[in-house]
Design a protein around this ligand. Structure first.
Ligand code: SF4
Ligand code: SF4
Length: 83
């Protein structure tokens, strides 16, 4: 099972350029048509499950607007068969 991740996009910095949208290998980012930032942009956001926390979106964002969180795989525990 791939790791789980999530992203937080800063309204302050996102300018709706869509670079992250095209770069996400899981295709889980889109501009949110229902929100407009104080600067007048539709901000990027996750629109479905599937983020793996790979960090590519944060790397390509020219405005450092994305913070990526990834599940700590070391925290996963095997469940004994029959438990
Ligand atoms: S790449 Fe950055 S600035 Fe561009 S839409 Fe994505 S989060 Fe916003
Ligand atoms: S961390 Fe990776 S999978 Fe998650 S939204 Fe960003 S590019 Fe997509």
């Amino acid at each position: 099972m791939p790791p789980k991740g999530r992203i937080i996009v800063s309204d302050l910095y996102c300018k709706g350029c869509e670079l992250c949208v095209g770069a996400c290998p899981q295709a889980v980012i889109a501009l949110n048509p229902d929100r407009i930032t104080a600067k007048g942009y539709h901000p990027a956001s996750l629109f479905k499950d599937g983020c793996t926390g790979c960090g590519i979106c944060a790397i390509v964002c020219p405005d450092a607007a994305i913070t990526v969180y990834r599940e700590d795989l070391r925290a996963r525990r095997a469940i004994p068969a029959g438990a």
